[in-house]
Design a protein around this ligand. Structure first.
Ligand SMILES: [Zn+2]
Length: 305
């Protein structure tokens, strides 16, 4: 949309070049002026990119100082405070008259109707055998299969995929991941359309009073007790909020070995406010992920960054 690009330009004029722009979610991150000037007393911005602005929803929030300095709210407030007269005028022209909460409506999620548990299919059935061998090869035991309710689809839209369901704290399905067991498949993952930007994968299994590990993939999470699969390298706002308010012990960032720069960014983002000094960073060997370590993660947690 034209308004979007005008707004991105305006944000860039006021806050400098964004550290990241996500056109799908409408999220931009820039350096926080409150953190940089008011809190740290710097003469230029701190380079952390902690201020997140959502230009589709016209809201903003700083990961580091939202709680302590009230750096969150409607975008108009932020522009009033840091924009020039001209910037404020520009914003007035592009801001919508009415703010409708743009929440996508997703239909209630259900497992594929062809979904079956492993023990519902005869063990000599060939596709079942292939799927089961694939899991064994990745170190996934019967115990893990039962704990996570892992199943498979032999036909239908998710044919040839192992299905890992995710449940929210009320025990309702909130997502599932469909991983092809054929290692040559073009599309490794096929996942449903659902509110992924709000998702906490297997929230039902998390104990907020214990150390929490953040890992990239669902298959990583099987090998670390009390871990959360991010389904990527980022923490969404909902998960951030939950970590910020509910996590009582440490949070250990354990992204894949080849994503250490992203892991560091995530560490910086989380290590503030009530989480300060409780966030730890694991540095995995370049070609390794959590599944390769077989639980020896503590050997890889950095003492100093
Ligand atoms: Zn800030």
């Amino acid at each position: 949309m034209k308004e979007d690009s005008l707004l991105i330009d305006l944000i860039e004029t006021i806050f400098g070049e964004p550290k990241s722009v996500n056109e799908y979610s409408g999220q931009i991150s820039v350096d926080c002026p409150v953190c940089s000037y008011e809190i740290k007393g710097l003469s230029k911005t701190d380079g952390k990119g902690n201020l997140e602005i959502n230009y589709q929803q016209h809201v903003y929030k700083c990961w580091a100082c939202a709680e302590t300095h009230g750096t969150h709210g409607h975008l108009g407030k932020l522009i009033d405070e840091f924009g020039s007269k001209k910037d404020k005028k520009t914003y007035k022209l592009i801001r919508p008259d009415k703010f409708e909460k743009k929440e996508k409506v997703y239909k209630k999620l259900e497992l594929p109707k062809e979904f079956k548990k492993f023990d519902e299919i005869h063990p000599v059935h060939i596709p079942r055998k292939e799927a089961y061998n694939y899991l064994k090869k990745r170190g996934i035991t019967d115990e893990i299969i039962n704990k996570y309710g892992i199943g498979l689809c032999i036909e239908g839209e998710y044919q040839g995929r192992i299905i890992v369901p995710s449940y929210n704290k009320k025990g309702e399905l909130n997502y599932f991941v469909g991983r092809s067991w054929n290692t040559r498949a073009k599309l490794k993952y096929k996942n449903p359309e659902a509110a992924k930007d709000f998702l906490i994968f297997n929230e039902s299994l998390i104990n907020w009073k214990k150390d929490i590990y953040l890992v990239e993939g669902v298959f990583d999470s099987f090998f670390l007790d009390n871990s959360i699969a991010l389904l990527g390298k980022y923490v969404n706002d909902n998960l951030w909020e939950m970590l910020y308010t509910k996590a009582k012990k440490n949070i250990i960032v354990c992204l894949d070995g080849d994503a250490f720069d992203d892991a560091k960014k995530l560490y910086d983002k989380l290590n503030g406010g009530s989480l300060y000094n409780r966030v730890k960073l694991a540095k995995l060997p370049k070609d390794k992920d959590v599944g390769d370590l077989k639980g020896e993660i503590n050997d890889y947690i950095l003492i100093e960054k």
